[in-house]
Design a protein around this ligand. Sequence first.
Ligand code: PLP
Length: 406
Amino acid sequence: MSGGTDSSGAGNAALTRRWQGALMDNFGTPRLPLVRGRGTRVWDAEGVAYLDFVGGIAVNALGHAHPSVVRAVGEQIASLGHVSNLFIAEPTVRLAERLLRLAGREGRVYFSNSGAEANEAAFKIGRLTGRPHMVAAAGGFHGRTMGALALTGQPAKQHPFRPLPGQVTHVPYGDTEALRAAVTEDTALVVLEPVQGENGVIVPPPGYLRAAREITAATGTLLVLDEIQTGVGRTGHWFAAAAEGVEADVVTLAKGLGGGLPIGATLAFGPAATLLTPGTHGSTFGGNPVVCAAALAVLDTIEQAGLLEAVTRAGARLRQGLGVPAHPLVREVRGAGLLLGVVLEGEVAGRVQRAAQDRGLLVNAVAPDVIRLAPPLTVTDAELDTFVGGFRAALSETLEEALTTA
Ligand code: PLP
């Protein structure tokens, strides 16, 4: 890793100091300033290149500076940049129609600016059923705003902000019987991620989402699937739950949908689609035409370039490369498509992340013993192979270091 100083104030160390002086410390200091990106590659403030397998945390579906997104944004901002929710912009309507077509069902869409907001809208839809109770999964992550935080099943993130709204019961993820026991006719909604991304890329047992659908249908409870991390092709499907044939009442999207621009989308079907009525919810920027044009470019490119199939192939190649031959530091590679968690033998993810970065590879230590990989859906075979070689070397270096210091 490069860490030189630069009197112009734009080198890695100088930018880091400026960040520390000007930004609130809610994230802790980020590990590296980045100044430029192209496809799967990014460059830091001193011109060092990295293969980016973080992808803005599963956001950059088409990588950096994809020509289709650049063109769509440029054309839209040059013609109509913002209209507010007092007027109609055509790209907003087109994106809503397109998302409903991809879902293959009749429904309605509410647009916002982030994943948390997409889930806030789902929370409000739940409230409008008149039922007081909600169920979510322990370890689940649904965002940091107060409603989304109430659904997030991570007590340390909730603790300083209690009391949180709503009566939310958290049940163990993947445990069908615990879910069945928690859901009653007072339960407005059950919210689940098809794969728990922030909790360490945890895949539930087969049939769990289908069981959740049956349990919620029996009590008239809304099933909300948070596809903010798993949707828009990340797992090789437009919606990860589609792989199990599960149709939710509400689906939330964000991250990959905007191709790097901020967007949230709450898709609702059946009676849930008409619970928000005039005056009940809103956002100044939600449905902004520039952001919607970018999202349309993302969806067009995924379709035209056959990226759903490409993701399935790339994910299999990455798994194979990381698993064969078995590396002594790797316990398991789990996940779906291009959302993978490399589970390590021991809490050394931070060390592996640093060793990888020193070799020009950006990865995310999502848990003390898990590295999350979420490269662009456009990642090439050559990039995957370069990554696997460098990452295995980073694993070996970490293992040697651990053995010599043990
Ligand atoms: N839901 C899931 C499954 C997520 O992974 C995230 C973010 O990581 C969110 C919600 C919150 O999204 P945002 O950070 O855009 O508010």
